[in-house]
Design a protein around this ligand. Structure first.
Ligand code: AMP
Length: 395
């Protein structure tokens, strides 16, 4: 796997696909700088070698060239975080971009305008990719969040750098961490899958059954499994059309010797609301008019024991509706268990937008081994797919 560490960037202009798709508030200030900070090691390596960095990214989903999606709004923040002056240019291709790239001095940074101002970006247009390619000498992909998209800047552009393309430090770390969970893992391996629906994670479950020894299925997904086995789930979220599939998954797990742990009790509520009345009930016997919104205390103990004996832990999806404080308990407890296991030597990887939000909100992000930056990209890797952005560098 070729990374930036295999190249000397002295007197070279690196064309770097970063993921600066950061959230902005109504005054267009960056509200979460995680993604900019994540790209810093790659950019610094290039500058310290004596090279220059040309940064390209998308920001939001512009339909045309709306000002609110302009990269100019994040330029100062990038400069502040990297600690180097950043020049912004108001296009990503064409005369202005070519000129700005040509004038870029070594040790300096150029930030191109939002790639998605051109529809050719998401279309994976070859000519657009070729235009981008003329701006730099070496192509670096450091954007895991878009590695599952065959866009011009994430995939197509790589073919114009047959010898001079590589992964940035962030993307290579993502690949290594997932590999450490899926292919080079220390046993016992545990996958914890939560979140709202079984349907969004079926392929993941099926694929990782071959990779893990144990699996915790929690969150809203659990009720489909419970009802499929004859339990009463009351008004809990449940996909009736996925019940047969749930039974098939349980059977496949048994055949593959994977132990599946579902919650045994739940914190049920009489309304999907923070102020609802609540009670702890057996998960197989939730009264009508009540819905399970979090795992209960007995489940927490079961999950804690499973986590404690695992050497490799993958976590995707919350165990309850953690956005509402009364139903965040099991997700917090799980974070605590994973943090303790990590302290005792387990390798833990957390990924997926909601789980990452949860570990950050509750302060566990520094207590797990790795927090993945890509939601969709991570799920596709867990599904066993080869991501186009990764394949394009390896080819
Ligand atoms: P996902 O995007 O599939 O990972 O789902 C994350 C969402 O699942 C979060 O917004 C949670 O609030 C939600 N969720 C977790 N547990 C439940 C539950 N028991 N009932 C309804 N929604 C849930």
């Amino acid at each position: 796997m070729k990374t930036v560490d295999h190249f000397n960037f002295e007197n070279k202009k690196a064309l770097i696909r970063v993921d600066f798709n950061v959230p902005l508030d109504e005054n267009l200030n960056v509200t979460d700088t995680t993604r900019i900070e994540a790209a810093k090691p790659t950019i610094l390596k290039i500058l310290e070698d004596g090279g220059a960095a040309i940064l390209m990214s998308h920001l939001g989903r512009p339909k045309a060239q709306e000002d609110e999606f302009s990269m100019k709004h994040i330029c100062a923040k990038v400069s502040e975080i990297i600690g180097v002056e950043v020049t912004y240019v108001e296009d990503s291709v064409g005369p202005k971009a070519i000129d700005a790239a040509a004038q870029l001095e070594m040790g300096k940074i150029l930030l191109l305008e939002n790639l998605r101002y051109h529809k050719e970006e998401t279309a994976g247009d070859l000519a657009f990719a070729k235009s981008l390619s003329t701006l730099g000498d070496i192509y670096v992909n450091d954007a895991f969040g878009t590695a599952h998209r065959a866009h011009a800047s994430t995939t197509i552009v790589a073919q114009f750098f047959p010898e001079n393309k590589c992964f940035g430090k962030l993307l290579s770390k993502e690949i290594e961490s997932l590999d450490r969970v899926l292919n080079n893992s220390e046993k016992p391996v545990l996958a914890i899958l939560g979140g709202a629906k079984v349907s969004s994670k079926i392929t993941v479950i099926e694929n990782i059954l071959d990779k893990v020894d144990q699996m915790i299925i929690g969150g809203g997904m659990a009720y489909t499994f419970i009802k499929a086995q004859g339990g009463k789930v009351g008004g809990s979220i449940c996909e009736d059309d996925k019940m047969q599939l749930a039974l098939d998954i349980l059977k496949a797990a048994e055949e593959k010797n994977v132990s599946i742990h579902l919650p045994v009790d739940v914190l049920a509520a009489d309304d999907f609301s923070e102020t609802a009345n609540t009670q702890v009930v057996d998960i197989t016997n939730i009264p009508d008019g009540w819905q399970g919104l979090d795992a209960g205390p007995a489940s927490k103990s079961v999950f804690d024991a499973v986590v404690e004996r695992s050497k490799t832990i993958l976590w995707n999806g919350p165990l309850g509706v953690f956005e509402m404080a009364p139903f965040a308990g099991a997700t917090i407890a799980l974070g605590e268990s994973i943090a303790a296991a990590t302290k005792n030597g387990a390798f833990s990887l957390v990924g997926g937008g909601d789980s990452v939000a949860a570990v950050k909100q509750f302060g566990f992000d520094t207590q797990v081994s790795y927090v993945s930056t890509g939601g969709g990209a991570m799920l596709e890797m867990l599904e066993g797919k080869t991501l186009p952005g990764i394949a394009a560098i390896l080819e």
